[in-house]
Design a protein around this ligand. Structure first.
Ligand SMILES: [Zn+2]
Length: 242
């Protein structure tokens, strides 16, 4: 059982690496497991990375990355190299950076809505062109939406550093708002968590990729809300480049 080194964690600085050297530790029909990788596997509302894996001058396209017992499994097109083969990976940076901006914006949006309206984030889905977050609130008025949008954009304008590090779950639990962060939804066997901290705006466990400073996010536009029933409201947003 391999235990892949996730090169994009824990400091956001590491999420800016685009290429890496690795070795194949498991190979099947169209899947590869590597000893280390920059490819993010689908999870936590963030879609997987795309890109290429080069073997002996041959380029394989990475079309999907999913988690297999916690390790990223790379789905590739073309002939799969044997175990032990050295490879060079490169992620599609344009796609990844858009997801990093969207994902960091989601943390800020979740924090702003929780602080102002006590509404907890119940789910989120990030995309490159738009994203959505579901809150446990019946309704959000036009006026409130404008205030939410402005509050988020203020955080982006303030260009706050984003930090990422690992921390023991028991220690983290004592100092964060466990309701906002839904700590109880993370399986108990995970005792060390990756924490993402955005100044005094937000602190939450998250294993995704984020930008280093909020100034990189750009400008948020809330596109619409949707009533999802059972007291849930979905907020859909996109981002303008900074
Ligand atoms: Zn995150």
């Amino acid at each position: 059982m391999a235990d892949t080194d996730l090169l994009y964690l824990p400091d956001p600085e590491r999420a800016y690496e685009k290429t890496f050297e690795a070795e194949v530790v498991e190979a099947s029909d169209d899947h590869l497991k590597l000893d280390r990788t920059l490819f993010y596997p689908t999870g936590g509302g963030q879609p997987h990375d795309e890109g290429t894996i080069e073997v002996d001058g041959r380029q394989l396209s990475v079309t999907d990355v999913r988690k297999d017992h916690g390790d990223p499994l790379h789905e590739v097109t073309g002939e799969v190299p044997a175990e032990g083969t050295p490879v060079t990976g490169e992620i599609d940076w344009t796609r990844r950076h858009q997801l990093m901006r969207m994902h960091t914006a989601q943390h800020v949006l979740s924090a702003v809505v929780y602080d102002e309206w006590d509404a907890v984030t119940k789910g989120n889905q990030i995309h490159t062109d738009y994203s959505r977050v579901d809150f446990d609130v019946d309704e959000v008025t036009e006026d409130e939406l404008e205030r939410i949008e402005n509050a988020c954009n203020e955080v982006f304008d303030d260009d706050i550093p984003v930090e990422g590090y690992e921390e023991e779950r028991s220690r983290l639990k004592k100092r964060i708002d466990t309701e906002r962060t839904l700590l109880h939804l993370i399986p108990d066997h995970i005792t060390t968590l990756r924490v993402v901290e955005i100044g005094d705006v937000d602190i939450t466990p998250c294993a995704g990729t984020h930008v280093e400073r909020t100034g990189e996010i750009g400008e948020m536009r809330i596109l619409r809300t949707e009533n999802k029933g059972s007291g849930r409201t979905r907020i859909v947003y996109d981002l303008q480049e900074p």
